[in-house]
Design a protein around this ligand. Sequence first.
Ligand SMILES: Nc1ncnc2c1ncn2[C@@H]1O[C@H](COP(=O)(O)OP(=O)(O)O)[C@@H](O)[C@H]1O
Ligand SMILES: [Mg+2]
Length: 189
Amino acid sequence: MIKLENLTKTYFGKGHKTEALKGINLEIRKGDFTAIMGASGSGKSTLLNILGCIDDFTAGNYYFKDVDVKTLNNKKLAKLRNREIGYIFQAFNLIDDLNIIENVEMPLGYGGVKAKERKKVATDSEIILADEPTGNLDSKTGEEVMEILKKLNNEGTTIILVTHDKKVAEYANRLIVLKDGEISEDSYK
Ligand SMILES: Nc1ncnc2c1ncn2[C@@H]1O[C@H](COP(=O)(O)OP(=O)(O)O)[C@@H](O)[C@H]1O
Ligand SMILES: [Mg+2]
């Protein structure tokens, strides 16, 4: 479903640069439930943002369902982002009353996608990307969120989530650990 080849991301600052990702090779299969862990600053959010096509990359290749993302124009990229990829931003954890479908829907709301279609995308997204979805939640609500993600995964949704929490990572069947912009561990359960 997803293939990254030697993908790099460099942030250029004034007189310095940060190599946030240093040559990531990764394949995500349909139905995978992948947890990404790693120390703060290891590149987790950068990787997720690139996977979600909300950030660009510096070099390498990204294929989404065999399509070379680099060949997509802005319109096609927006369509991919808005209709095929569900994205749960960390910031939305602050809105604690929302259920996860609404959480998936809200970011999509900014893409100019109509409400009815948003609901469809939220429930039909082939892939959901989540950056610390339980980060600011109490443990009970966090567990509820994870149970919903697990249910969606059981129904065939591919899930990639970033977490610091080993208990949250337990829900996944694959664990990827990033260290200084590189994959230091990649294992299936
Ligand atoms: N917009 C940005 N501009 C410059 N540097 C950035 C930017 N975003 C992230 N970085 C740097 O890239 C590295 C990886 O960051 P990030 O992907 O946010 O890590 P993580 O999510 O694992 O904490 C860090 O060194 C961070 O400071
Ligand atoms: Mg992060």
